[in-house]
Write a protein that binds this ligand. Structure first.
Ligand code: ZN
Length: 184
């Protein structure tokens, strides 16, 4: 059993905009326990990201980590982001495969900004301000969407690329390595 069960599409938390955490909430034992549980649940589910609404908590908080990102990118260390603001950097939208722990077994092509600036707080309440690109930018946009009650299906421009994992691995020609997909 994961530390916190991951809810699936149909759970109202996935379609409710998340509330920002107040300064009083950040740093409390309850918040620290939630963060630890989310990290554990993400790792157990073999995802690269997890947002609080995915464990039924309508709070502006997500975690992400990718030990083996695609295209020989550097491993992405664990990040905890609270009350994020995302600013797209210039560049054409990039299409790549995504999946979601709350929408099991499906993969689809999703356009994302190639790079985004992330501002927010870490788990101790310290200010964060950094720019991410590539796979990490895709993860961040996927998780940020969850805080706004948006899932990757909503972002797809053409639902015809939607596929179940087994068929996707067999027919898409991209299934040799499941880690190539942003699943969050
Ligand atoms: Zn997701």
């Amino acid at each position: 059993m994961p530390a916190r069960p991951i809810v699936r599409l149909g759970h109202p938390a996935l379609r409710t905009p998340a509330r920002p955490l107040t300064p009083d909430q950040v740093g409390t034992p309850e918040l620290q326990a939630l963060v630890d549980d989310m990290i554990e649940s993400m790792r157990e589910a073999r995802g690269v990201g997890l947002a609080a609404p995915q464990v039924g908590e309508e709070l502006q908080l997500f975690v992400y980590e990718a030990s083996t990102p695609p295209d020989r990118e550097q491993p992405i260390p664990l990040r905890v982001v609270i009350n994020p603001m995302i600013t797209p950097q210039s560049g054409e939208l990039v299409y790549d495969w995504e999946g979601c722990l709350s929408i099991p077994d499906l993969r689809g092509l999703v356009p994302r900004h190639p790079a985004v600036r992330v501002q927010g707080l870490d788990r101790e309440g310290k200010a964060l301000d950094f720019v991410v690109e590539g796979f990490e930018a895709r993860i961040v946009q996927h998780e940020f969407d969850h805080l706004n009650a948006v899932v990757f299906l909503d972002r797809m421009r053409d639902l015809r690329s939607l596929a179940f994992i087994d068929e996707w691995e067999r027919y898409s020609g991209e299934g040799e390595d499941l880690d190539d997909t942003a699943v969050g």
